[in-house]
Design a protein around this ligand. Structure first.
Ligand SMILES: [Zn+2]
Length: 176
């Protein structure tokens, strides 16, 4: 068994096309396509800095936040056939759940208003199912995300990207 370890890639490297390996980071299979996509930069966790809340530190924190990029744009990230398939499948599921839910929810509402003697219980149930489906769409949406597929996360300062336990093929394809 391989031990779990991550690699840190400088932001300059991943934001220039042509620097990344030709095997995907998740499966280690040959890339079916090179994808460009933004990875959101996660907020820095509340640190000890919040203890010192004088005006100066608040101001410097605000500047710090303003300078930090909200997302890093990956250029030419390798995605294999399995990655592409998984993304397409989960995006479709997200779409169907969300818009199916939306139609059920507002459809039930509309019928309720339009009819003189609406089947209230059935419509309430339909609206509820629609609402649950819309909320549940968050899960496939997460599964479809590039962040999950690539196992890559920008550091809070946006200076680099950490890939958690990438495939050996991806690792060995990195520039040294
Ligand atoms: Zn893959």
């Amino acid at each position: 068994m391989r031990s779990v370890s991550s690699v840190t890639l400088p932001a300059e490297l991943v934001q220039e096309p042509g620097n990344l390996p030709d095997h995907c980071s998740r499966h280690g299979r040959p890339a079916a396509k090179q994808a460009d996509f933004p990875l959101p930069v996660k907020k820095r966790p509340a640190s000890s800095a919040s203890l010192t809340n004088n005006a100066f530190s608040a101001a410097s924190k605000a500047t710090d936040r303003a300078k930090r990029p909200r997302a890093l744009l990956m250029k030419g990230w390798p995605l294999c056939q399995a990655c592409v398939h998984s993304r397409t499948m989960w995006l479709t599921t997200t779409f169907v759940l969300f818009f199916g839910g939306l139609v059920a929810f507002f459809g039930a509402l509309g019928v309720q208003i339009a009819l003189d003697d609406p089947p209230v219980n059935t419509l309430a149930l339909l609206a509820m199912i629609g609402f649950v489906a819309m909320v549940a769409a968050a899960l496939p949406s997460y599964l479809a995300s590039h962040a999950r597929l690539t196992k890559a996360t920008p550091t809070p300062d946006g200076d680099s990207v950490i890939v958690i336990d990438p495939s050996d093929e991806f690792r060995s394809g990195l520039p040294v």
